[in-house]
Ligand binder design. Structure first.
Ligand SMILES: Nc1ncnc2c1ncn2[C@@H]1O[C@H](COP(=O)(O)OP(=O)(O)O)[C@@H](O)[C@H]1O
Ligand SMILES: [Mg+2]
Length: 216
């Protein structure tokens, strides 16, 4: 699709029809969407992600919080260029990015739905992380909701924190859980795990890391 037309659809049919709110500074974004043509396909701590029915190849990530960080994510994408373990930046506006769509689901949802996560996904993300380091970025905040799997391959879809400093353990910890718990136990029988349990594990993990950090 032609980019001017797509940007018009964002201005006319998406932005006036969505509302991004939150319950508190550490709570994720809540999306209200009354558009007939744009579908909400994801949300995170900063943004809502939307798909227009006429163009399945792109998505729009609208920042609901910290719009000043948008420029940082743009710069990360510019540094990354094109690599098979990442989405890529098509264009951007004041409060949104247009990104290549990775058709599939994030790892958190895959566990909730009982869809098997193959090891290739883990390896692809490892490769993406190594590549990001090689271009001078710091792969930060790589976790289950920021990795989308598509046809058995893994893609890091959220690079908004790659400019940060310090060590982020999330991916190492997720990998440990994958090899110690998921592969031997869960994936064998691949039961769906109820949302509230996966969400509690996520919350528990965040709390555990916070306490550990505080005790240092
Ligand atoms: N390029 C993409 N293609 C498909 N789905 C995506 C894409 N980017 C994000 N998503 C979905 O939207 C969710 C939120 O996007 P994310 O970039 O993580 O936002 P935030 O910065 O707010 O955490 C992700 O968990 C994923 O499910
Ligand atoms: Mg995210």
């Amino acid at each position: 699709m032609n980019i001017e037309k797509y940007i018009k659809l964002i201005g006319n049919e998406l932005l006036p029809n969505i509302q991004l709110t939150t319950d508190g500074p550490f709570e994720p974004i809540i999306v209200k969407n009354v558009s007939n043509t744009w579908k909400t396909i994801g949300s995170g701590n900063y943004a809502g992600v939307f798909l227009h029915q006429s163009n399945p190849k792109w998505v729009v990530k609208v920042y609901g919080r910290k719009p000043e960080d948008l420029k940082k994510e743009v710069n990360v994408y510019k540094k990354l260029g094109k690599h098979e373990s990442f989405s890529s930046l098509i264009d951007y506006g004041d409060n949104y990015l247009i990104l290549k769509r990775i058709e599939g689901m994030n790892l958190f949802d895959a566990v909730v739905k009982g869809i098997r996560i193959p090891e290739t996904v883990i390896r692809d993300v490892d490769e993406g992380i190594a590549y990001a380091r090689s271009v001078g970025l710091n792969p930060f905040d790589v976790h289950g909701k920021n990795v989308v799997m598509s046809n058995g391959r893994g893609y890091i879809v959220d690079v908004s924190d790659f400019y940060k400093h310090g060590k982020c353990r999330k991916w190492d910890d997720l990998k440990k859980a994958y090899y110690k718990i998921y592969l031997p136990l869960i994936s064998k029988y691949h039961p769906p795990i109820p949302f509230f349990i996966v969400n509690s594990v996520r919350r528990g993990y965040r709390l555990y890391r916070k306490i550990k950090k505080g005790n240092k």
